[in-house]
Design a protein around this ligand. Structure first.
Ligand code: AMP
Ligand code: ZN
Length: 469
């Protein structure tokens, strides 16, 4: 697998730290509002990366945080006159709903900043002890950027440039910083803000420290991949490297992946510019799978301009795959059990070659646009090479391949048939029977099977009741 690594600025061959395993950290959203579709881009991209690596047999440990303490959250809480926890919990829940709609798998761990304060205090103390951080008169703790000679290595910026050539002008006075580039690790509380006790003052952490701490806690001092949108390269990821490498004394992440922006009228979609659509807005007009398809139809490092036309073409593209699958479903139900014909075997060889071509596209720095084209090639074969006389084995093999590859991209292309009430009753009856026979394994299996279809069972005194979730 070749990955464009922001750190080296080239396509690097992916070599995991541990054979067969991938440890990855993806910076998650600040939860003060519904997420917009720009926020959804990294979620979809890196979820697809995770799915592909899992498909290739890797065990992926995927960590993505929720930033639940921040100025914007506090502002939203004050405006509503509620606790900031109420705001963050509400929008974490909403974000998870959107993720589910987008078919973004829940992370292995979704840590929250407010639950990791002790770890942050510990790392900040280590940085102070090692001379990489200092405490100002008001209790603010700053990172001493001049103590980390490699500062700027990710963004490929020269420290002198970063400071606009004013390196020699030390910033003193009210902010209490030694240097313009120094950034906050801990800041004193203000009226009406959440705060925690610390050795320096009652206050709260700066933004960057949370990711260094959560990444270390859940994945270790050195991880394979760290990812996020390209706006995070500087200062967020640069600062994370400075904190983690100074505190831990080892490289922080081997590969840094960054997605380009989702734009609207060629401008970055953002809350502050007000030029955004939330995922929820889009869900009113489209199946969110269309949004996922739209995001994957461009390379993740290319800017992508959101437009109604592109969404319509994504809708048509997804429908092409779905129609093919339902056509195969129909054909398979009428197909004979016979052996594969010589011609069918030849076609399956082509399908298998296309499957490798799909992998080649994904191995090439996650070229999902090319991967989708390969699925279209298989769809074309399916449409032209299957007919009423085709064998069941032949149709099934093509169908399974389309489903498998679409699944790697997180696209659901089967028309899930709604389970009928009569089927539910029959399964409940079977479950009762299984329980009577003390076959609890089968009874549980039936309950889980129904749950997957959104049917919840309740054991009551009057018997088993069920409802659709
Ligand atoms: P935030 O909540 O602003 O910290 O953003 C959460 C994630 O969304 C980060 O990885 C950002 O880089 C990413 N992001 C925000 N806006 C966009 C956009 N317009 N296009 C692509 N990624 C974005
Ligand atoms: Zn982060």
């Amino acid at each position: 697998m070749k990955i464009f690594n922001t750190l080296t600025r080239r396509l690097d061959e992916f070599k995991p730290i541990e054979d067969g395993k991938v440890s990855m950290y993806v910076c998650g959203p600040t939860v003060y509002n519904l997420i917009h579709i720009g926020n959804a881009r990294p979620m979809i991209i890196f979820d697809t990366f995770r799915r592909y690596m899992t498909y290739k047999g890797f065990d992926v440990n995927y960590v993505s945080n929720f930033t639940d303490v921040d100025d914007k959250i506090i502002k939203a809480a004050n405006e509503e006159g509620v606790d900031s926890k109420e705001i963050s919990e509400r929008y974490i829940k909403e974000c998870k709903k959107d993720m589910e709609g987008l078919n973004v798998m829940p992370a292995t761990t979704h840590p929250k900043a407010t639950e990791e304060i002790d770890g942050m205090i510990e790392m900040i103390q280590t940085l102070i002890d090692k001379g990489h951080a200092y405490v100002a008169d008001d209790g603010t703790v700053y990172y001493r950027t001049t103590s980390f000679p490699e500062y700027g290595k990710l963004s490929h910026k020269n420290i002198e440039d970063l400071e606009g050539g004013h390196r020699d002008i030390k910033v003193t006075g009210s902010e209490g910083k030694e240097d313009m580039l120094d950034f906050v690790l801990w800041k004193p509380k203000k009226e009406g803000e959440p705060f925690w006790d610390s050795p320096w003052c009652e206050g709260r952490p700066g933004w960057h420290i949370e990711c260094s701490v959560m990444s270390k806690k859940y994945l270790g001092d050195t991880i394979d991949i760290h990812a996020g949108g390209e706006d995070l390269i500087f200062p967020h990821h640069e600062n994370e490297i400075a904190q983690s490498e100074a505190a831990n004394g080892v490289p922080f992440a081997h590969y840094w992946m960054h997605n380009a922006f989702l734009n609207i009228d060629n401008k970055k979609m953002s809350k502050s510019l007000g030029n955004f659509f939330t995922v929820r807005d889009i869900s009113e007009k489209y199946d969110l799978q269309v949004l996922r398809f739209f995001m994957l139809s461009a390379h993740y490092r290319s800017p992508l301009n959101f437009s109604g036309e592109l969404m319509e073409s994504a809708k048509a593209g997804l429908a092409r795959i779905r129609n093919c699958v339902s056509d195969l479903d129909f054909k398979v139900s009428n197909a004979g059990e016979g052996e594969l014909s010589g011609e069918e075997k030849e076609t399956l060889k082509k399908v298998s070659a296309l499957k490798s071509k799909f992998d080649d596209a994904m191995e090439d720095d996650l070229n999902t646009a090319d991967a989708i084209s390969v699925i279209f090639e298989i769809v074309k074969l399916a449409n032209t090479e299957t007919c009423a006389e085709s064998s069941k084995a032949f149709i099934t093999e093509i169908r399974e391949t389309v489903l498998e590859l679409a699944g790697v991209l997180g696209l659901t292309v089967t028309q899930e048939k709604e389970i009928l009430d009569s089927d539910i009753e029959a399964l409940i009856e079977e479950r009762q029977q299984a329980r009577k026979n003390k076959d609890f394994a089968r009874a549980d299996e039936i309950r889980d099977e129904l749950l997957k279809k959104g049917i919840v069972l309740k054991d009551t005194r009057e018997g088993v009741k069920w409802e659709r979730a």
